[in-house]
Design a protein around this ligand. Structure first.
Ligand SMILES: C[S@@+](CC[C@H](N)C(=O)[O-])C[C@H]1O[C@@H](n2cnc3c(N)ncnc32)[C@H](O)[C@@H]1O
Length: 266
């Protein structure tokens, strides 16, 4: 499935946030639900923030797209979360989802799972409020820039989380390595990076359009993260459950999660 590179302006013009959530995270048929990714991601986020105790003042969620699941455990241990994404539509949809506005995707199932994992007896409504109060804003960013937050110059933060964004933003592996360094520049020494990507994926379908995805492997990710100045603290890969129709939709074979600590500026 060779696909021409989908650049950020195509994301800006045609990426449909609601359709993406339904196709990939719909509770009964979402591809990233059926293949085990969503449960995996929620578990790794819970392990990182609640069990391991990674915490701090500020976390930036880069490339959040239209989804909020990735911030559900982080909001318990960071004073503030700042969202960041290239497209106006995704930033707007993310904000509307935080407020659980009518017409946005229903994250109740994922929120309930996180409440169950955390085991503090929190209700779905309490978790929604906690997340809404912790995400202070979402700002335009471009990971291809050496300062992804340009023209803003943010103070360095304790943590950056980026799920399923960099493999969409980068046309080749050299660019991916450079972009990891751009993202690393936002983090304090001793701070943490959480990255999750699907592996060996070349494209995915959305609204009849094929979006390109950079083909990544575990070996490349290990090397690129270390070369960007990090020490890997935790890395886990889970295989995907296959089915032919879903393979047409998105052709990854596994999902990867990495927690890394920034050791040096590069
Ligand atoms: C597939 S979505 C990821 C959605 C979500 N994080 C998830 O876990 O499903 C990819 C996101 O990357 C963003 N993106 C693409 N190119 C970018 C760039 N150069 N800088 C910042 N974000 C970018 C898109 O706007 C989109 O929201």
């Amino acid at each position: 499935m060779a696909t021409e590179f989908t650049d950020k302006d195509t994301y800006q013009d045609i990426f449909d946030p609601h359709a993406y959530c339904n196709i990939y995270y719909g509770p009964k048929s979402g591809l990233l639900v059926l293949d085990g990714f969503l449960d995996f991601g929620l578990r790794k986020l819970y392990e990182t923030f609640i069990v391991r105790g990674i915490k701090g003042k500020t976390l930036i969620d880069i490339g959040h797209g239209p989804t909020i699941y990735q911030d559900l455990s982080a909001c318990e241990v960071f004073e503030e979360i700042i969202g960041a994404d290239y497209t106006d539509r995704n930033r707007e949809y993310y904000e509307r989802s935080l407020r659980n506005e009518p017409g946005t995707f229903d994250w109740t199932g994922a929120i309930q799972k996180v409440c169950d994992l955390e085991g503090k007896g929190m209700t779905v409504e309490e978790k929604r409020k906690k997340l809404q109060n912790t995400v202070k804003k979402t700002i335009k960013c471009d990971v291809l820039k050496s300062n992804p937050m340009e023209p803003l110059n943010l103070p360095k933060v304790d943590c950056v989380l980026t799920f399923g964004c960099l493999e969409c933003a980068c046309s080749d592996l050299d660019t991916y390595s450079r972009v990891l360094k751009n993202v690393a520049s936002l983090i304090k020494i001793g701070g943490h990076l959480l990255v999750s990507e699907i592996l060996n994926c070349s494209s995915y379908l959305l609204g009849g359009k094929r979006f390109s995805c950079l083909v990544l492997t575990e070996e490349f990710m290990r090397r690129a993260i270390v070369e960007a100045g990090f020490a890997i603290v935790d890395l886990e890969v889970i295989p995907r459950k296959y089915d032919k129709e879903q393979y047409e939709l998105c052709n990854h074979d596994s999902s990867l999660f990495v927690l890394a600590r920034k050791e040096r500026d590069v």
